[in-house]
Design a protein around this ligand. Structure first.
Ligand code: ADP
Length: 163
């Protein structure tokens, strides 16, 4: 039976940590839907379209990955897309409490929905989008944090926002 999973997140912007989780999910499941959270309350640095374009660029060579966006309840979006599970990366103990709470809440809303956690890679477990934004805004080198093809655009935006 074909398995579809959803990798949700803000991806503001996508990092090498996110990409590692997406690639590993793509090896394990038939169809991976990377879903960008459209959350107007959070006022992201990159628009939904930009975040999706970055994701398209860095996953372009992975056949079974689809980039999408959603607004509202993730459990509802999973139902709508016929997803079997949510796949999330787990970085540290600090991620655990929130993720555990979210996973249980989503299961209460949709009892069929499983949440699967992949342990972060040792090389990228310290990475977060907010750290990337901060380093770039201060003129630091983000080469080791994001895919090469989107690096310059991120740096340019963060330096502009800082002015
Ligand atoms: P961030 O915390 O970087 O803003 P998102 O909200 O976009 O991340 O997170 C989307 C998903 O990616 C979450 O499941 C999060 O735990 C996971 N994730 C984020 N950064 C990493 C990383 N460096 N390694 C593994 N998983 C990660």
């Amino acid at each position: 039976m074909s398995k579809t999973v959803i990798c949700p997140g803000s991806f503001d912007p996508v990092t090498l940590g996110h990409l590692d989780i997406i690639k590993r999910a793509a090896k394990m499941f038939d169809h991976v839907i990377v879903a960008v959270l459209v959350n107007s309350a959070k006022s992201p640095c990159f628009s939904t379209e930009e975040r999706m374009r970055f994701l398209e660029e860095v996953t372009g060579d992975i056949e079974n990955v689809e980039i999408s966006s959603f607004d509202g309840l993730l459990a509802e979006y999973c139902k709508q897309r016929g997803a079997d599970a949510i796949v999330k990366g787990l970085r540290a103990v600090s991620d655990f409490e929130y993720e555990f709470q979210m996973a249980i809440t989503n299961k209460k809303i949709n009892p069929e929905l499983e949440t699967i956690f992949l342990m972060a890679n040792a090389d990228s477990m310290y990475l977060s989008s907010s750290m990337v934004r901060e380093v770039a805004a201060m003129g630091g080198d983000i080469t080791n944090f994001v895919p090469d093809c989107i690096r310059d655009e991120i740096v340019e935006r963060m330096l502009t926002l800082r002015k």
